[in-house]
Design a protein around this ligand. Structure first.
Ligand code: BES
Ligand code: MN
Ligand code: ZN
Length: 517
């Protein structure tokens, strides 16, 4: 979908459809009032018949509205005016786009972003409008032999009185939308197509398009690096493993990069500790962390953000086989720590262990790993929040805040040393499982052992990366969170000098406090 901004009055827009909001109790928003006046009371006449209650998510499509240049008028419910905030706004925007997609309109102009929000400004509203519209109009039909005949919405203009700031906000939202779409596509692709080699190809293609540097390490090179943990996971499969490294350089050479480390298990059978067959198809999504790294780089590159980012993807399959790693096997990770692999289905932490150690060489300002790591995280937080763990309170708060801003929320979980008891091994330095209690926490504690040399955070996206059931598919999360996190870093660095030293020292203090585990 193409986005633009528009400053015309709603009744003057020549699009296929204009979108205006109505609160509960037939109370018109400002743009709706303009349309009502231009149409000599047509809207209030329709509303008087009780056709639209104004509930959030409801909508009503009108044709031939007098005095209006557009072919159609879509009324969308905004809920109670007193309760109109970011949640209602996003829901209204989403249902508007759904209704537009089902209508015959290919172009539309939405007049929702200027409606005052209790908790956010217009720039936020414009950015969200583009991101939500892109998300809501996504379809995955590339593997259907006959493409469904979908005219669909092609262009969406968003009302912005301040054209320059408006266009920048819409551009950022559209970039997030493009990043989310890429992550969704990669997640939705089945494992017979989306192999480690395929992920590497897509990374190289992304690098070509945005002039990034891309390096793909094969198993021989991983052996030279002594990546015993990652190589243990890939032993059972015939698909070659890949370690994919991407560099986005938007800031100065001396600016330390943020490293994003993605779990890229293109299919997780569990290995010798094999999974039950019910819903095993969903393990094609086990590379969603990797997909979110590529999606975030896509968004950041489109925005030309002034940050440096290194993307690291540990890609392989987890399969049983004659050569597969077996429960009880002990391997030596790149860090030198030995690991007793008690369950071959706890493979994500193994590939991440070596990828985290590999990240050290970039002297990162912060490292964030993203992984569909544990079923236990789904039990703890469901599909609403991603699990967040960090060895640095300042970093944790930046990420939590980015999650709130982007409505791609995370919830912080404990990394207390008390939990380390569960992953002790009498035979090796650490065991790769810690039993059923607090399964998401002990997985994070395992990773923390490989992240001692930098500020680090871990996002367990097992519950948020995809949806099951009738509307199944990848969500593209946490691309909005990660991109917003990087945007906030870039914007903070660009902020006028006086506010900077104060901010930094405050961040340092909390950082130190956070390090005490
Ligand atoms: N990829 C899975 C985690 C997962 C399972 C995510 C189901 C979403 C839905 C991961 O590799 C895994 O198998 N984890 C095990 C760990 C256990 C063996 C300690 C799990 O969660 O059962
Ligand atoms: Mn597994
Ligand atoms: Zn897995």
């Amino acid at each position: 979908m193409e986005f633009s901004t528009i400053a015309d009055a709603p009744e003057k827009s020549r699009s296929d459809c204009i979108v205006v909001g109505v609160f509960e109790g037939n109370e018109l928003s400002e743009p709706a009032r303009l349309v009502d006046r231009a149409s000599k009371g047509f809207l209030s006449g329709v509303l008087k018949h009780g056709d639209l209650e104004g509930r959030v998510g409801s909508s009503l499509l009108l044709h031939n509205v007098p005095g209006v240049a557009a072919t159609r008028v879509l009324l969308v419910g905004l809920g109670k005016r007193a309760e109109f905030g970011s949640r209602a706004y996003r829901d209204a925007m989403r249902s508007a786009v759904r209704a537009l997609t089902d209508s015959g309109a290919t172009s539309a102009a939405a007049y929702l972003a200027q409606v005052p929000l209790a908790d956010r400004d217009v720039r936020w509203a414009l950015q969200q409008a583009a991101a939500v519209a892109s998300d809501a109009s996504y379809r995955f039909d590339q593997l259907k032999s006959k493409k469904p005949d979908r005219r669909g919405l092609k262009t969406l203009a968003l009302q912005a009185d301040d054209a320059r700031n408006g266009a920048a906000a819409v551009g950022r939202g559209a970039a997030i939308g493009a990043g989310v779409s890429l992550a969704k596509d990669l997640g939705n692709l089945p494992s017979n197509i989306c192999t480690p080699t395929y992920l590497a190809r897509r990374a190289q293609e992304l690098a070509r398009r945005h002039k990034l540097e891309c390096q793909v390490l094969d198993e021989r090179e991983m052996e030279k690096l002594a990546m015993g943990a990652l190589l243990a996971v890939t032993r059972g499969t015939r698909e070659p493993a890949k370690l994919i490294v991407l560099h986005y350089r938007g800031a100065g050479r001396k600016d330390k990069p943020v490293a994003l480390v993605g779990k890229g298990i293109t299919f997780d059978t569990g290995g010798i500790s094999i999974k039950p067959s019910a819903e095993m198809d969903e393990m094609k999504y086990d590379m969603s962390g990797a997909g979110s790294v590529l999606g975030t780089l896509e968004a950041v590159a489109r925005m030309k953000l002034a940050v440096n980012v290194v993307g690291i993807i540990a890609a392989c399959e987890n399969m049983p086989g004659g050569n597969a790693v077996k429960p009880g096997d002990i391997v030596t990770s790149m860090s030198g720590q030995t690991i007793e692999i008690l369950n071959t289905d706890a493979e994500g932490r193994l590939v991440l262990a070596d990828a985290l150690t590999y990240a050290e060489r970039f002297e990162p300002a912060a490292v964030i790993d993203i992984a569909t790591l544990t079923g236990a995280c789904v039990i703890a937080l469901g599909s609403v929040a991603s699990g967040l763990y960090s060895n640095d309170e300042g970093l944790a708060h930046e990420l939590l805040d980015a999650g709130q801003q982007s409505w791609d929320r995370a919830w912080q979980m404990p990394l207390w040393p008390d939990y380390d008891e569960q992953i002790k091994s009498p035979f090796a330095d650490v065991a790769n499982v810690g039993g059923r209690p607090a399964g998401s926490v002990t997985a994070a504690c395992f990773l923390a052992r490989f992240a001692r040399k930098f500020r680090w955070a871990h996002l367990d996206i097992a519950g948020t990366a995809w949806r099951s059931g009738k509307d199944k598919g990848s969500t593209g999360r946490p691309v909005p969170l990660l991109t917003t996190f990087l945007m906030q870093r870039a914007d903070a660095a660009a902020a006028p000098a006086p506010s900077r030293p104060a901010k930094r020292s405050a961040a340092k203090k909390t950082r130190k406090a956070g390090r005490k585990r």
